[in-house]
Design a protein around this ligand. Structure first.
Ligand code: DON
Length: 602
């Protein structure tokens, strides 16, 4: 009911602006999907049911993100003549307010920016970084064993130096058109006047086991009776507005030094249990650097795709899986068929085996370029036997390995958000942004939550006497699976802009969406709506309550161990449209029904 009011208010506002909006119809809430929040973190954000969406079409500029208010803020920047980057910043700053469980200025992000004028794609790494005092045995308890996952998450030790503010500033300096202060206005206004608590925010606050333990989070997210604010409650966050005002006035230095920095440093130490105290310092914050990296580009069915390089494993995994699938008649097999699920799960096993062995921060570990070597990838794909599952893949030996390190033994660990934007100048942003687990480290400072990104490192630092590639080291960035991705058309213009949250399952979510659009010729909404499935080199995982669940017996007959789980992706995808002669006609976009996102464009 309240969700409908929330929707109607928004749509009324949007109609006033004559934007084209279709979708955001609240469909159904599944009341029994929350088991994962309490068990092993196979998916870091719980399901809160489905919010049915419809395809959106638009002419030249549009924003897709995980919350309507954030999308509206980004779109408002485009209407003012801003660039895709201006829109991405405004969207991110509002997401940090209205979807604080997933991303915010206390976290990190990766952004791909296609600069139309320069005809160049740039990849920006704003990943959180381990403090200078961090040591490989960071997550080993006094008993000599790796800490329990949530003991590590809910502690100052999981907090890395946040990168998002520096990233937004770098993006703006390079690609912004509107004044820096302008892009802060929507978030500041909403934080001061209050925003309606969304159905998903209401649910995830209610369900979280740890959020109440932090005094600042308790005071903000709960009413005086300790209950999650009701859906539609106008929640104000004056502290966040104050933080944003400082950054808007003085730039990222207001975040990385001075009062806000001091507050973060104090917060990570604020635990009575000494073992939980973190070690982030003012120097770590002052030294934070955004890194511009070369995007990784590869081809699939004659199209060029580009994604995020290491320290993300997502782009490499997607490249490897697509290379393995290219020899199969995916178009003929179609979505949700036994052969499709078998082949994609096997491709996943191979890619995730390499991910565990080789992927880490390239400034610290040897990430062989040979992982993307065409002959190597083909030879890996040749290992797929359509009659039986390999069950568990071993890593391959790509050309050019310099140092043999050990694999990350965390095979299937499972808050993040994705933003896709195009502007009328032809620029494109694909940005995946995170605070890692839902509500991050559950530590609130100055109106925002601190990340727990350092638990993306391996808890074990050596295996069989060899150092683990993704072990904790001072100043290192933890391995990620975030895969903001852009597919190019034959003329070199961006054709598909996509990405997703979902922890280590991100590569599988993005893969499904790309295959859906390229092989099955689905529109972005239909591709996103497809069931999620795949393998992270553990069991073959099928999304609960979807048509692929019915494949379980047939997959088992081919030797798969099958696990049926909630798979809360948060895909957003924009796709260019063409006429019969191949001339571009406009865009269409979709948002994931598993979250509250939407697309607005005109
Ligand atoms: O960087 C990564 O891959 C993870 N920290 C992302 C976490 C995530 O997607 C949680 N989302 N639901």
């Amino acid at each position: 009911m309240i969700s409908i009011i929330f929707k109607n208010n928004l749509i009324a506002q949007l109609k006033k602006r004559r934007t084209l909006v279709v979708g955001f119809v609240f469909w159904a809430v599944c009341g029994s999907c929350f088991a994962q929040l309490f068990g092993a973190p196979s998916a870091p954000e719980p399901s809160t049911g489905l919010y049915k969406k419809s395809l959106v079409t638009f002419k030249s500029q549009g924003v897709a993100a995980a919350n309507p208010l954030a999308v509206e803020a980004g779109f408002a920047m485009l209407k003012l003549g801003g660039s895709a980057v201006d829109a991405a910043i405004a969207t991110q700053l509002v997401l940090g307010l209205v979807e604080p469980q997933s991303s915010g200025i206390g976290g990190g992000a990766f952004a791909l920016v296609h600069d139309a004028k320069a005809k160049k794609l740039r990849a920006y790494d704003g990943r959180e970084t381990a403090p200078a005092a961090a040591k490989p045995e960071r997550f080993i308890g006094s008993d000599g064993l790796p800490m329990k996952y949530y003991d590590a998450v809910i502690s100052g030790k999981s907090v890395g130096t946040p990168g998002t503010v520096a990233l937004l500033e770098t993006l703006h300096k390079r690609h912004g058109k509107l004044p820096w202060k302008k892009v802060f206005e929507p978030a500041i206004e909403l934080a001061e006047k209050g925003f309606p608590v969304s159905p998903r925010l209401h649910e995830v606050v209610k369900l979280d086991r740890f959020l109440k333990d932090d005094a600042a989070a308790r005071a903000y997210f709960f009413n005086e009776k300790g209950e999650s604010w009701p859906i539609g409650h106008p929640l104000k966050n004056p502290e966040y507005a104050k933080t944003l005002r400082s950054i808007a006035a003085s730039g990222s230095t207001a975040f990385y030094s001075g009062e806000i920095a001091d507050a973060m440093v104090n917060a990570v130490r604020d635990y009575t249990d000494v073992a939980k105290r973190g070690d982030l310092t003012q120097t770590d914050l002052a030294n934070y650097q955004v890194i511009e990296r070369d995007p990784i580009c590869f081809s699939y069915r004659a199209k060029k795709l580009c994604s995020m390089p290491a320290p993300s494993s997502g782009g490499v995994a997607i490249a490897q899986m697509l290379a393995a699938l290219e020899r199969f008649p995916m178009a003929q097999w179609g979505a949700n068929s036994l052969d499709t699920v078998h082949a994609m799960a096997e491709a996943g096993r191979l890619a995730y085996a390499d991910r565990a062995q080789y992927l880490a921060d390239p400034g610290f570990a040897d990430v062989p370029k040979g992982l993307l070597d065409a002959t190597y990838m083909k030879s890996r794909g040749a290992l797929i036997d359509m009659t039986k599952s390999m069950k568990r893949a071993e890593p391959g030996t790509p050309p050019g390995i310099k140092v043999a390190l050990a694999a990350d033994p965390n095979i299937a660990l499972t808050g993040t958000s994705h933003i896709s934007i195009v502007d009328k100048f032809g620029n494109v942003v694909s940005m995946t942004t995170t605070i890692e687990d839902i509500f991050g480290a559950r530590k609130m400072v100055r109106g925002f939550l601190l990340n727990n990104e350092l638990t993306d490192f391996s808890m074990r630092f050596e295996e069989n006497g060899k150092p683990v590639a993704n072990r904790v080291q001072a100043g290192k960035r933890p391995r990620s699976t975030m895969a903001p991705t852009i597919v190019y058309d034959a003329k070199g213009a961006p054709e598909i802009v996509t990405g997703s949250p979902g922890g280590s399952a991100i590569a599988n979510y993005v893969l499904k969406t790309i295959v859906g659009m390229i092989d099955w010729k689905l529109d972005p909404q239909a591709a996103i709506d497809l069931p999620n499935f795949g393998s992270r080199n553990g069991p073959t995982e099928l999304e609960k309550g979807t048509p692929v669940e019915a494949l379980k017996p047939a997959l088992e007959a081919r030797g798969h161990t099958v696990s049926v789980i909630d798979f809360t992706s948060g895909l957003q995808a924009l796709q260019r449209t063409y006429d019969a002669k191949g001339q571009p006609t406009g865009w269409r976009g979709g948002a994931d029904p598993r979250r509250e996102g939407m697309v607005i464009g005109d």
